[in-house]
Design a protein around this ligand. Structure first.
Ligand SMILES: NC(=O)c1ccc[n+]([C@@H]2O[C@H](COP(=O)([O-])OP(=O)(O)OC[C@H]3O[C@@H](n4cnc5c(N)ncnc54)[C@H](OP(=O)(O)O)[C@@H]3O)[C@@H](O)[C@H]2O)c1
Length: 355
């Protein structure tokens, strides 16, 4: 649907991804930010809660309100849900019935199979009838369906950092789907703005630790998307780590090429095939930076941007293909990617407000 402007609300605007949405949408030329919600900050202006936005005139008049789906549906055409999983569906259901477009940043609508939701999230899906309608909001892969969607399930931060580098290779049959290992390192903001002992400064600073081993919740959507691309069920090994930085995810994928390349010539040919596979998938994508030469992904080059960096190396000693990616978990891994989807849904140029 092509429009000139859109009225937008953010539910859960005081959290980390909500705050990033506020930053992006206050400055978006086609967005009128009409409502921001938070139970704890209700009554305060955006400038009071986020002094960093105080120079924007709207931040001094726009006040946080208690979330109320009925009211939000009247105020806004499109609503971002930046809420914990489980809570997001409680708002999505009435908003969708009232005709609002929804971009949900939580995991509530990312899976097609409610049984997998139950397995990974430990409860029955609150609105399984909506799962077939939800479009997985990875614009580089699902741009066309996003255009006509009423409900976008924006991908998780780890899934984005794993799926974007891996899907083109799997779709082209270049790697073995049964031999995928992923290691990811994430900044602490990935856990949200909540007070839990594990995320206190003294627990995280100067320390690195794995967590959710061996079955992180994000495996559910990662494996579902990889299975769709491979055409066979895919199960992967995934180990996330918490690192003492605010933002950023660095992922390393350890892959086995579908065909062995035992000689230098075969390795060179495989390299050319991988190179053209990535160029074909991403050379014209504004938010995917394929690194060349000796360059490797580095979170400092993507933090604060909607860009994911990707590089790869064939290791002649092990025969493995290493693929590496870096992104900002709150921008390309959450709010930036959600705004990218909004641009597509509304017919705005896809990079608007994101460069
Ligand atoms: N952080 C990331 O890097 C990241 C990346 C990708 C996706 N996500 C997903 O995005 C969603 C938000 O994550 P976040 O990190 O921004 O979380 P967060 O910092 O913890 O913020 C959560 C927000 O939701 C509101 N909220 C919490 N419980 C609520 C309830 N019962 N009813 C209404 N509002 C409620 C909070 O405000 P009040 O408590 O004041 O109401 C706050 O504004 C999550 O589903 C997360 O998995 C996060």
């Amino acid at each position: 649907m092509k429009r000139t402007s859109v009225k937008v609300a953010i539910v859960g605007a005081s959290g980390y991804s909500g705050e990033e949405l506020v930053r992006l949408l206050l400055n978006h030329p086609h967005v009128d930010l009409v409502a921001v919600t938070s139970r704890q900050s209700a009554g305060q202006t955006v400038a009071q809660v986020f002094p960093k936005f105080a120079s924007h005139p709207k931040s001094r008049t726009l006040r946080f309100t208690e979330p109320n789906a009925e009211l939000l549906a009247k105020q806004a055409d499109l609503v971002f849900l930046a809420l914990p999983h489980g809570v997001a569906a409680e708002y999505a259901v009435p908003l969708l019935h009232a005709g609002s477009q929804i971009i949900d940043l939580s995991a509530d609508f990312r899976l097609k199979n409610p049984a997998i939701y139950r397995e990974f999230y430990g409860r029955d899906h609150p609105a399984p009838e909506l799962l077939p309608k939800a479009i997985y909001g990875l614009p580089e892969i699902y741009r066309d369906p996003i255009r006509g969607a009423q409900l976008i399930a924006s991908p998780g931060c780890y899934p984005t950092s794993i799926l974007l580098p891996l899907l083109p290779l799997l779709r082209a049959g270049l790697v073995r789907p049964e031999a995928i290992i992923a290691d990811s390192l994430s900044g602490v903001s990935g856990a949200g703005r909540k007070a839990e002992p594990d995320y206190l400064f003294c627990e995280c600073h100067e320390s690195v630790r794995p967590y959710a081993v061996p079955k992180h919740r994000h495996l559910s959507e990662i494996e579902e998307q990889l299975s769709l691309a491979a055409g066979v069920p895919v199960v992967i090994q995934f180990t996330p780590h918490l690192i003492p930085v605010n933002r950023g995810i660095l992922t390393t994928l350890y892959l086995t090429p579908a065909e062995a390349a035992p000689t230098a010539e075969a390795l060179a040919r495989l390299g050319e095939t991988i190179s053209s596979c990535y160029a074909c998938a991403y050379a014209r994508e504004p938010f995917v930076r394929l690194l060349e030469g000796k360059a490797l992904p580095d979170t400092k080059n993507v933090v604060g941007t909607n860009v994911v960096e990707i590089a790869w190396r064939l290791d002649p000693r092990t025969g493995r293909l290493l693929v590496l990616s870096a992104e900002d978990n709150i921008v390309k891994g959450a709010s930036g990617q959600a705004v990218q989807s909004m641009n597509i849904m509304c017919g705005f140029p896809e990079t608007t407000g994101l460069l």
